[in-house]
Design a protein around this ligand. Sequence first.
Ligand code: URP
Ligand code: ZN
Ligand code: ZN
Ligand code: ZN
Length: 467
Amino acid sequence: MTSYLIKGGTVVGPTGAAAADVLVDGETIAAVFAPGRGPEGVETIDATGKYVIPGAVDAHTHMELPFGGTAASDTFDTGTRAAAFGGVTTIIDFAVQRYGEVVQDGLAAWHAKAEGNCHIDYGFHMILGGVTDEALKAMDQLVNDEGIASFKLFMAYPGVFLSDDGQILRAMQKARDNGAMIMMHAENGPAIDVLVKQALERGETDPYYHGVTRPQELEAEATSRAIWLASVAADCPLYIVHLSASKALEQVAAARDTGRNVFAETCPQYLYLTLEDQLGAPGFEGAKWVCSTPLRSKHESHRADLWRGLRTNDLAVVSTDHCPFCMKDQKELGLGDFSKIPNGIGSVEHRVDLLYQGVVDGKLSLARWVETIATTPARMFGMYPRKGIIAPGSDADIVLYDPSGRTRISASTHHMNMDYSAWEGWEIAGKVDTVISRGTVVVQGNEYKGRKGHGRYIRRGLSDYLV
Ligand code: URP
Ligand code: ZN
Ligand code: ZN
Ligand code: ZN
């Protein structure tokens, strides 16, 4: 099938929806036609009753991330296949430089894990675990030669990933000069460690206390500090990852209102799940939802504020922060001590559906749904217009989405390598029907048609989202 017409659907993009037919030629989109105006005699895919949207871009995943004495349970093989089932056609995963390690060695290790194993296209951000003179030089090389123009720093996890304020400032100054984006894990790690130690001394060992010891003030403080440090670095572009809380959002919104290059993402878990109902589940159950930043209290306005932030663009992107660990042998490492539970939730397969539920619930427009899950992540991280839009010349990464379908989420049916689901039993409106990656149909209904190795590494450019 080299040339075919996707016919009869409603094409949705960041500016709205319209009935249109999409001509695919090889790996790219050749043309978009008014209904019925496309060529005759080519093969067709019937999209009647379906939304035709750009393949979703998940800009925050951690396949096989070593963490907390174990490693995230999805490989690039299992994780990208599950992503494809969920309508995702590109992921950006985080390669890791550990403290004392050469940045390029960390990157090479990540390429070795991914190459030949991915079912969909992939790019990398780089985590800097040690900001040294050599690492700062390496940032230039990654931007110029490796297609990596985004670097994640941590204000949390002292002794593991944490950079101090001086190191953060130096990396921001470098990014300001070479055009890269600084991505920030904004939580005050040293203060959190004090609260964790005190909680454990009081015998508060259940997963619930993971949330209690990471109060939103310590996310807001770190977010604010990152924003001011970026200001000192002459408005270095700053992207706050996995923003979870109202007070942190206020900091981002205030910076954005002054015209700063400050951006933020949130994740489905913060839009739906809570400290009390999930993290506070009886016994050790809550371990399923231990992630950082943590789930927030349902008695405060976080979830409503985050949905509003998505509408106002104070939150520009929804990513998953997909970092799955099984309960058995992995989350269980923290039995009797919540601080030893590996941090992370796996949702790479469910973001498109979970956010479509926001459309059904009247919280997001159709256009905004597509923008936050596909178009803006592609623009933010230098892949646009190759990814994130249905337009002539773009890669033919396309999802046919069935608004009359239903999705029931369960560990017994999901494709992620996890022995539980953070969304077990959730039934939501809408269903991924057909997924096309660079012109190839990889998912049709419940059937998998893709293959390991189809996914290619994407060399990304600079962000085109800056003001
Ligand atoms: O809990 C989380 N988020 N695990 C993944 C690592 C990170 O900080 O993003
Ligand atoms: Zn993080
Ligand atoms: Zn605003
Ligand atoms: Zn993450």
